[in-house]
Design a protein around this ligand. Structure first.
Ligand code: APR
Length: 309
């Protein structure tokens, strides 16, 4: 039977995830949004690309959450983008409320699904989703660390003029100012990055990676990135549907690993048909360990702000 994947939020990221899944015939897709007409129109438009692109996937748009029934995976992209005058805290609370209402519906209509969070601020929204769902930790995870890794790999490939596929990068921690591009674990065709680039160049790449999202927003002005975010979400969906057991950096629930507890944070994890199959511990330098703790503290502060909403 063709797997079914639901995508909540038919905006830029949600619609692109739908298109990518359909084009690879990975699943039949249900696209849900609260705005009437948007998911229906986008889904129908994508369906009509099938005959020329050559895919038979079903794509259905709806405002009715009950249609997510029997979805193996639910990708949550519903949320607000930060508007002028809106503080980070306002956005945090608003998106936490949206996430909670979306999760209520997932709990009701797709209680056996895996929830893949995309909505920002990612680590806290994943925590909110986990708490609100009551799902086991392994069935809730977040996408953004893979995006940060992809950005770091891109910048290295651009700098060294090598194929992106030869770059093996690593980013841990929070999807935000305190993310940790892990230089000690980054290599090109097996050669440590520290042997290929000067410290100054590496520092620049680290900073550009940290500001990767903001750089795109500064160009787009009216929205945020969606091509790379949707590619990462679709990649993770594929890994789960095909039970690849691949190690992917994701926002996962830490229960003692890396000395961290009771939070979702970016760590390398084995991803398969059950969601997060296990967290993988890699060697970090003392500096990277401290940075990971700082990242965790920042995430926990945000988690706390969402507790009473
Ligand atoms: N239920 C369903 N859909 C909702 C809800 C809800 N309760 N609330 C908002 N939405 C929808 C909006 O109507 C909109 O269509 O979520 C969609 C969000 O789309 P965009 O504004 O285009 O945002 P997008 O660029 O897709 O980003 C979505 O992903 O990468 C993150 O930071 C980004 O948090 C943001 C999210």
């Amino acid at each position: 039977m063709t797997p079914k994947v639901a995508i909540i939020g038919a905006g830029n990221v949600g619609a692109e995830v739908a298109r990518r899944l359909a084009e690879k015939e990975l699943a039949d897709v249900v696209l849900v949004d609260i705005i009437e007409g948007i998911p229906q129109g986008k889904a129908l438009d994508m369906l009509q690309a099938g005959p020329v692109v050559g895919y038979n996937s079903q794509i259905h748009g709806t405002n009715d959450f009950s249609e997510i029934q029997d979805s193996q995976i639910v990708v949550v992209t519903a949320g607000l983008a930060r508007k002028p005058g809106m503080s980070r805290d306002d956005l945090l609370k608003k998106n936490a409320q949206i996430t909670k209402s979306v999760i209520e519906n997932i709990k009701k209509f797709a209680p056996e699904s895996i929830i893949l969070m995309v909505t920002n601020p990612l680590d806290t929204m994943t925590y909110v989703a986990w708490k609100a769902s009551g799902f086991p930790e392994k069935r809730v995870l977040g996408m953004a660390p893979l995006l940060d890794l992809a950005r770091m790999a891109t910048f290295i490939a651009l700098e060294l003029k090598v194929p992106v596929t030869s770059v093996s990068a690593m980013v841990l921690g929070t999807h935000g100012d305190l993310m940790i591009p892990v230089v000690s674990q980054t290599a090109v065709s097996g050669k440590p990055i520290t042997e290929l680039l000067s410290k100054e160049k590496i520092d620049q790449i680290v900073e550009r990676t940290r500001g990767g999202g903001a750089e795109i927003v500064s160009y787009l002005k009216t929205g945020s990135a969606y091509y790379a975010p949707s590619a990462c979400a679709a990649y993770m969906v594929e890994s789960m549907l095909k039970d690849k057991q691949e190690i992917i950096v994701a926002s996962v629930f830490a229960d003692g690993e890396y000395g961290l507890k009771d939070l979702y944070i970016g760590l390398p994890a084995k991803i398969g048909k059950n969601g997060v199959e296990g967290i993988v511990e890699i060697a970090l330098t003392d500096k990277e360990k401290v940075a990971l703790e700082q990242s965790a503290t920042a995430i926990k502060e945000n988690n706390k702000k969402c507790e009473k909403l």
